[in-house]
Design a binder for this molecule. Sequence first.
Ligand code: ATP
Ligand code: MG
Length: 415
Amino acid sequence: MTPLQPARGTRDLIGDEFRRHHHVIEAARRIATLYGFEEWATPIFEDTRVFARGLGDTSDVVSKEMYSFEDRGGESVTLRPENTAGVCRALVSNGLTQANLPRKVFYAGPMFRYERPQKGRYRQFTQIGIEILGAAEPLADAEVIACGWHIQQALGITEGTVLEINTLGDAPSRDAYRAALVAYFTAHQDRLSADSRMRLERNPLRILDSKDAGDRAIIADAPTIFDHLTPEAAAFFDAVQRHLAAFGVPFRINPRIVRGLDYYSHTAFEFVTERLGAQGTVMGGGRYNGLVEEMGGPPTPSVGWAAGVDRLALLLEAMDLTPPAPRPVAVIPVGDAAEAQALHLLQSLRRAGITAEIAYKGNLKRRMERANRQSARAAVILGEEELAQGTAQLRDLDAGTQETVPLAEIPGRLA
Ligand code: ATP
Ligand code: MG
């Protein structure tokens, strides 16, 4: 049989690649805690309606990229393509919509999208993210962004990354802007891609997110929302910028940012690196004020972001991360009678917090060879003669020295 491969767009994380992923998630978890976020884990698959709410959603993620299927009981379920909807659903399902708002939630885990795989773009990928649920103030928008920037700084990967922010305004701003966009794009309809012509009817804002080269040329001259903001929406955006400056987060305004999902209003932002080509967006998010309501909860204005761990990990590739695991101690019994004592010592070492290994078979020579291959720092050799005296040979494999040590003292000597 030909050896099986991982499914298209998925991959195995092994060795350095796993360690880089782990490092990103651990750093994010640690920094998010400093900002008062608590970690939640929601299910990896959900009722499809959690993601596809009514017929309104025109984003690629929901309309083209979801892994949805009917389970054996005839329910339509979907492998989560993102986690914001799941977190909002969880807030409502667990009756948390009233108490202790705002809630600050951190998550990390796999997401699934049926995409064309390439470097930095996979069908199973990992996201970290944070959400502040139940906060309408622009300070919350600035704080989630500051936390995201802090995580990237802690990882040491901010060189070549810029934060771009935009506002999608409030409902009246967006209605006025939508009308202006429809007028503009209708005038250029014949040069738009087929996808964007369809978006023109259903959600013209989404055209601004098109990656089609022909569309991009037309988008370059499209009107921006800034001429259509209500005074309230403009003041909100000003406040976000003021707070970002106070948090010490550098940014620039990009009026083309609309984000890949449909539920945003007011703030939208992306951290983009020039070091990953077309897959340059490492973190993106914004304010979503209607999502909890769509899950059957009360109005709960919220803001958050998600970041691609795979992409952040690619930025770490050039860096030397701390070595994988501490160098082990090799416990080496000589002769069958020594094995039980060796296992006993092995466990005392591990319980003392010392990484220790035993080979499952082999004579002294083979076991020493294996210890060297594993870069063991020391070997404890238990021969029958020593055992009779309650001692073992402790060999320092770096210095090449060896001495007889009472068994009880060995964990202390290796600590
Ligand atoms: P893109 O424009 O690159 O497709 P997006 O707007 O679809 O991104 P979001 O839904 O905002 O992305 O997800 C947040 C982050 O998750 C992205 O900025 C990116 O870092 C990461 N991400 C999204 N899709 C993928 C994927 N298929 N593979 C790896 N990472 C991804
Ligand atoms: Mg996408």
